[in-house]
Design a protein around this ligand. Structure first.
Ligand SMILES: C[S@@+](CC[C@H](N)C(=O)[O-])C[C@H]1O[C@@H](n2cnc3c(N)ncnc32)[C@H](O)[C@@H]1O
Length: 240
């Protein structure tokens, strides 16, 4: 009898960084966080966004030459994907890591009204990861006292100011499971964005990382289910 691999994801290891094709459904999974061969941010940056997610968003909801803003640019993944797909990327971060990323708080961007066509953002998931010493780091807000939600409300208001009417505003976010309880940040951000923007689509992005494939690590937190997917929330900006 043929024996399968012990680790059910082992088969993906042979497929590292394959070429990418446009997604056809609202369930996205990819064997590696990055596609193809070029530079796509920094895989060592904690909290890096999978470049395949940004690629799918840009190729489906934007077109060549469009200006795409990332106000939480981190290691610059979105800028590299923009270049790959001939979009013009503009990136800001509270703690910039590269010369092509400007320093700014996502709630007060140095941009005119309607300055960009679209925005993509992957914010801190409350205090899941603290990114910098800056007190304005949203990685210092909490999921259980409303401070993350207030910060996100202000980010969405600022994005709806700088994105042109009808432009796409897409957010990539993960729910948080803590000893104190479960915080469904994806659902809550969707409700919050829905108050200001028009819902376009909701995609479930399957997470693939070493922690989720490591039996010993999963055993340590076996009383709770590990987060197996992220939310991609896609909205359009309203006319002013
Ligand atoms: C999930 S990471 C983004 C990862 C990035 N997309 C990448 O692929 O490398 C969240 C980022 O938000 C930044 N950040 C936290 N608070 C911020 C704020 N108030 N304004 C702008 N950026 C902020 C952090 O410095 C961090 O780089």
């Amino acid at each position: 009898m043929a024996r399968g691999p012990k680790n059910p994801y082992q088969r993906y290891k042979k497929l590292e960084r394959p070429e990418i094709k446009p997604a056809r459904t609202t369930l996205w999974e990819y064997p590696s966080a990055n596609y193809g061969k070029g530079r796509q941010g920094d895989t060592k940056y904690r909290g890096q966004t999978p470049s395949f997610v940004i690629w799918q968003v840009l190729q489906r909801w934007t077109k060549k030459g469009d200006v795409v803003l990332d106000p939480f640019c981190g290691s610059g993944t979105s800028l590299d994907v923009c270049q790959d797909l001939s979009r013009k990327g503009i990136g800001f971060d509270l703690a910039p890591t590269r010369d092509d990323i400007g320093a700014a708080d996502a709630r007060a961007l140095p941009l005119d009204d309607d300055a960009v066509d679209h925005a993509f953002f992957d914010p801190p998931y409350a205090d899941n990861l603290v990114y910098s010493d800056d007190p304005a780091c949203i990685g210092r807000t909490r999921a259980d006292d409303g401070s993350w939600h207030k910060a996100m409300e202000d980010v969405v208001t600022e994005l709806s100011r700088v994105v042109r009417p009808g432009g796409i505003i897409a957010a990539y976010v993960q729910d948080v499971m803590k000893p104190e309880g479960f915080f469904p940040l994806g659902l809550e951000l969707a409700m919050l964005m829905g108050g200001q923007l028009v819902f376009v689509d909701h995609v479930c992005v399957v997470r693939r990382n070493k922690a989720l494939e490591n039996e010993r690590q999963l055993q340590k937190t076996a009383d709770k289910l590990a987060r197996g997917f992220n939310h991609l929330l896609v909205f359009a900006n309203r006319a002013a």
